[in-house]
Design a binder for this molecule. Structure first.
Ligand SMILES: NC(=O)c1ccc[n+]([C@@H]2O[C@H](COP(=O)([O-])OP(=O)(O)OC[C@H]3O[C@@H](n4cnc5c(N)ncnc54)[C@H](OP(=O)(O)O)[C@@H]3O)[C@@H](O)[C@H]2O)c1
Length: 319
């Protein structure tokens, strides 16, 4: 048996319950991870609330049929399936595991990599989704290159705090957009310039070769106006607007003539990119910014903080 956080109904963080459930058994291609740390993410908030029709289709309608919560985590492999070749019992790992808000969770082998020894379980648990999103957004969709001038909007959050550091690793000039309370933090992690959006608009601060946007509250032609002629805007998220309205806006935009400058994507887990993140952390180029940690029993409080959109860096649950 093990302790796990379950979401048996959709709603606010009060729906989360700490329960004793059966410990899962890994399949042939899976690893059973003893979870030491697991991060919160906006996508788990949306899963918990159940307000987005597409997610309800995935998790159950009118109520969830899959009660597990959490994904990003770090821990120790305690059992491995017969086809697993990259991990052995006792290995320290990080990546994504189903139902990671629990003492034990099951991960597909391909969604895990070894945790560098110099990186704590908390710091490793924090990075998977935010780090992969930042890496894929900047490198694959933004085509980031040395010397680029990069604008990162929403630079202080779970994606942005990794994006600032990863963009700097490409030897670029980074302008971070955040509120007053996060100015020192984004400078500390490498931003060359900071725009406090409570005091100043980023419109007119460019032109930029690349804009990575986590906020989504401005018309797309405004981003394009602030790009160089070959510049790209990568739309990651919608911190500043209702997610459903944002999805509709993006759909309409895709049909317009500016499409070749504006990109949106959903980050994909893969072993190569997780390994890249592990190397960036092992070499000290990228560090996790941890806002707060919570014990497993206080996961509802951790998720309430996630829902506030006020996290500086990441929130991590420890077990
Ligand atoms: N496309 C994908 O695959 C993908 C993957 C991951 C996440 N996402 C989406 O990307 C977005 C960001 O995710 P996240 O994990 O970074 O979220 P997060 O950690 O919750 O972001 C929190 C940060 O957002 C900042 N913020 C809030 N409102 C802002 C505004 N109006 N302007 C500028 N900054 C603002 C806050 O800082 P201040 O107090 O300084 O404002 C806070 O530091 C979310 O919408 C998420 O759903 C998409």
């Amino acid at each position: 048996m093990m302790k796990a956080i379950l979401a048996r109904t959709y709603g606010s963080p009060e729906v989360l319950t700490l329960e004793e459930i059966e410990q899962p058994t890994p399949g042939d291609d899976q690893v059973l991870v003893k979870v030491h740390a697991a991060a919160t993410n906006p996508s788990y908030w949306h899963r918990m609330e159940g307000k987005i029709p597409m997610l309800r289709k995935m998790y159950g309608d009118p109520q969830p049929t899959d009660y597990a919560m959490g994904g990003d985590c770090a821990g120790t492999a305690v059992a491995v399936g017969k086809n697993v070749t990259r991990f052995a019992v006792g290995d320290a790992v990080f990546g994504a595991a189903k139902g990671a808000f629990a003492e034990y969770a099951i991960a597909a082998e391909k969604n895990l990599v070894h945790k560098p020894e110099s990186v704590s379980f908390v710091d490793a648990a924090a990075i998977p989704t935010g780090g992969l999103t930042a890496l894929q957004g900047l490198r694959d969709y933004g085509r980031i290159a040395q010397g680029h001038r990069v604008l990162i909007i929403g630079a202080s959050g779970g994606v942005g705090s990794y994006a600032v550091q990863i963009a700097k690793s490409f030897q670029t000039h980074v302008t971070a957009v955040c509120s007053t309370r996060n100015i020192e933090m984004v400078k500390r992690i490498g931003a060359d310039a900071v725009i406090d959006y409570t005091q100043q608009d980023w419109d007119g601060a460019g032109p930029f070769d690349l804009i990575l946007d986590m906020v989504g509250d401005r018309p797309f032609d405004l981003y394009v106006k602030n790009l160089t002629s070959n510049g790209r805007m990568v739309s990651v998220g919608a911190l500043g607007v209702d997610m459903m309205a944002f999805m509709a806006k993006m759909g309409a935009y895709k049909a317009s003539e500016e499409e070749e400058k504006v990109f949106s994507f959903v980050a994909q887990f893969n072993t190569d990119d997780l390994s890249t993140l592990a190397q960036l952390m092992a070499s000290g180029v990228v560090k996790s910014v941890i806002d707060r940690t919570f014990p497993l029993a206080e996961t509802a409080a951790a998720m309430a903080l996630q829902g506030s959109k006020q996290i500086s860096g990441k929130v991590v649950i420890t077990t």
